[in-house]
Design a binder for this molecule. Structure first.
Ligand SMILES: [Mn+2]
Length: 465
């Protein structure tokens, strides 16, 4: 499989990386196969996203070094053996792989420790990224002759974030490709939504749309009538009249860029009056949050915008009282929205978080809060043109959380717990789209997917029943 972009694109990306890091030897580790339940039964292979960004090579057991001083890249790996060919078919040579990534130099993986040792002997910094996979930490430790995994290079992490956070047009096109498929997946899910079926019946209809094109989920999908459980990966429940089905899934583009889209639909094809009020409120929060996207605006303030809209609506519904602004400042709204409004999207659905959520989503000007709810905001810092973000406010009625707060009389000045009691079974609603920050604001990317309450009802009602 050849990289999705021309070799020159990868050469340019590595040049920029070398320039930003300045000096030393950059080590970019590709992934190996990861055993699922035995050494010869691996999980589907997924390459490290930064390795993919810098080289585009989607194959196991590759490592690259980029010399920040002279710009030279060396691809380390091994030549395919006859055994490899017997079991997995014809494979490109290491040099052919390297050439497709714009790399002129290759070496056996066994030579890597010597190259790293030579750099360290010369007093040159060796830059590595956070080893979020245990195997990577173990390999780096062995290659560098250390007793513990090396501390990540802040210079390299910052350089990678600075490059990957701004999406080039060809990257936006990849994300749009995944969003095209997301639109089809959501339409298939709407068509499959009807009482009596299982959550996984609906999910598998969406999954089939993706599988026949050879794509994969970009994260474990959510398809549940218990949307109040934020990362609910159980899809065994049965759909009943009166339920809301929350479907949050994403797929990959040919170049492994991600989509991430959520819709919430009434199983019966009609929202109840109460569901409709809550749904319209979430939609208003998403509209306001999207409208707030602009260069220079901090995502923290986009989040606050969504929270304020939700809090004002919850006050109108009688669940909150007092000034919505004050309720949000105190964190009372987090009873219904205990998470953040969004995150970067790119080669990962939660883009670059493998490098450390705080390093990616925050900076010296915006620190992560430790307030419940706000502390789960993955992205807080200022937006720039070329940023691609998911905007996903929601309302969640989590009985255990309601009970705990009520028992603790938490935020009693703002929360009408008697009124909230009637909403214990209201489940969860989330609406999520992916938007590009532009010079003058934002553009929601991907084809429109039914989103107003009326359009969602129509999409479900059109199902074969
Ligand atoms: Mn998301």
């Amino acid at each position: 499989m050849t990289p999705p972009f021309p070799p020159a694109t990868y050469a340019r990306r590595r040049e920029a990386l070398a320039r930003d890091v300045g000096t030393g030897l950059i080590v970019l580790t590709g992934h190996g196969e990861s055993p699922m339940d035995g050494p010869h039964n691996p999980f589907p292979f997924r390459q490290d996203p930064t390795f993919l960004y810098a080289l585009g090579l989607d194959a196991p057991d590759l490592v690259a070094t980029v010399d920040a001083d002279d710009g030279r890249t060396v691809l380390y790996g091994r030549e395919p053996s006859l055994d490899d060919v017997v079991w997995t078919g014809p494979q490109p040579s290491l040099a052919e792989r390297a050439a497709s990534a714009g790399v002129a130099h290759t070496a056996p993986l066994a030579d890597l420790p010597d190259a790293l040792a030579a750099a360290r002997r010369g007093g040159r910094p060796v830059h590595t990224l956070p080893a979020y996979r245990a195997e990577t930490g173990r390999d780096l430790r062995q290659w560098l002759g250390l007793s513990t995994a090396p501390a990540p290079s802040e210079a390299l992490v910052q350089a990678v974030v600075a490059l990957r956070e701004v999406k080039a047009p060809e990257e936006v096109a990849e994300i749009e490709d995944a969003l095209d498929l997301s639109a089809e997946m959501h339409r298939a899910a709407f068509r499959a939504t009807r009482p009596g079926r299982l959550e996984r019946d609906v999910l598998s209809e969406a999954e089939a749309v993706m599988r026949v094109r050879g794509r994969r989920f970009s994260f474990p999908p959510i398809c549940t009538v218990h949307g109040e459980t934020l990362h609910n990966h159980d899809a065994s429940g049965r759909l009943r009249n009166g339920d809301l089905l929350l479907h949050d899934s994403g797929t990959t583009s040919p170049g492994h860029y991600a989509s991430d889209v959520t819709r919430t639909a009434p199983v019966s094809g009609r929202f109840s009056e109460r569901q409709r009020a809550l749904y319209d409120l979430v939609l208003a929060a998403q509209t306001d949050a999207l409208d707030a996207l602009a260069p220079g605006t901090r995502f923290l303030d986009v989040h606050r915008t969504a929270c304020r809209t939700l809090a004002a609506g919850l006050r109108d519904l009688g669940l909150l009282r007092g000034d919505p602004e004050e309720a949000v400042a105190a964190g009372a709204h987090a009873l219904f929205f205990p998470c953040g409004t969004g995150h970067f999207v790119g080669l990962e659905a939660h883009d670059m978080e493998a490098l450390g959520e705080d390093r990616v989503g925050y900076d010296a000007s915006v620190r992560r809060s430790d307030q419940f709810g706000l502390r789960s905001l993955r992205l807080g810092r200022g937006l720039r043109p070329g940023h691609v973000v998911a905007v996903e406010p929601g309302l969640y009625f989590i009985p255990a959380l309601i009970d705990r707060w009520r028992a603790e009389r938490r935020h009693e000045a703002f929360v009408d717990y008697d009124a909230v009691g009637a909403y214990r079974d209201a489940a969860g609603i989330r609406i999520e789209d992916v938007a590009l920050v532009t010079d003058d604001g934002h553009r929601v990317r991907g084809p429109p997917i039914p989103k107003t309450a009326a359009d969602v009802e129509r999409a479900v009602a059109e199902a074969d029943r």
